[in-house]
Design a protein around this ligand. Structure first.
Ligand code: GRF
Length: 196
């Protein structure tokens, strides 16, 4: 299976996924796509000899369908079977998510269905949650929704700040996402559960 990884930033989850895709893993990285030419994920992937595509969203303005058509065109040469969203900070329309239904997954830094969207760590702290974590799920048209494929949880410490919590959840993300992709690429949708 070929995997397209979509990222907008440094791409630490992308690196964790790529690092795992060796040996008997049922998938291999096909391409890294970013909406940001300056993103660390692009320079890192280039250094690894992984194909990259940059599709800047800005020229398309509010026309998300045209942006997505450009991404679809950029993907064509790489013929991926699976898309992994890894810190890809553009919302996708139903046109794109429907085309990839059952073949596109995302990692989100909360225990979904709690805290869809941004600022998840601050929101978990404000709510006084005893546990927090991250979720990998299939992507549907609704943001941070879709069938859950795995969750990793940790205990919130009394002195946690959004920054300390974010850092600890990110290390859990780096364990959870590769574990889920391994199963998903083999056709296994049984949920992965991890504890930090
Ligand atoms: C991660 O926390 C991911 O869950 C979120 O964006 C962050 C991306 O980090 N959606 P990185 O680019 O993978 O380092």
């Amino acid at each position: 299976k070929g995997v397209a990884i979509f990222a907008s930033g440094g791409g630490s989850n992308m690196r964790a996924l790529v690092a795992d895709m060796t040996g008997d893993h049922p998938a291999r990285p096909a391409v890294v796509l970013s909406n940001n030419a300056d993103a660390g994920c692009i320079s890192w992937a280039q250094g690894q000899g992984i194909a990259t595509e940059v599709v800047d969203h800005r020229p398309f303005g509010a026309d998300r369908a045209a942006f997505e058509a450009a991404m679809t065109a950029a993907l064509a040469a790489h013929a991926p079977d699976i898309i992994c969203l890894a810190g890809f900070m553009r919302k996708l329309t139903a046109g794109f998510t429907d085309a990839w239904a059952g073949r596109m997954i995302n990692i989100h830094p909360s225990l979904l269905p709690k805290y869809k969207g941004l600022h998840t760590h601050a929101r978990a702290l404000e709510a006084g949650d005893a546990q927090h974590g991250c979720t990998v799920h299939e992507v549907t048209a609704a943001l941070d929704d879709g069938p859950i494929l795995g969750q990793a949880r940790l205990d919130v410490a009394p002195d946690d700040t959004p920054e300390t919590l974010s850092a600890r959840v990110l290390t859990l993300e780096h364990r959870l996402y590769p574990a889920v992709l391994r199963r998903f690429a083999a056709g296994d949708r049984s949920p992965v559960t991890l504890k930090g």
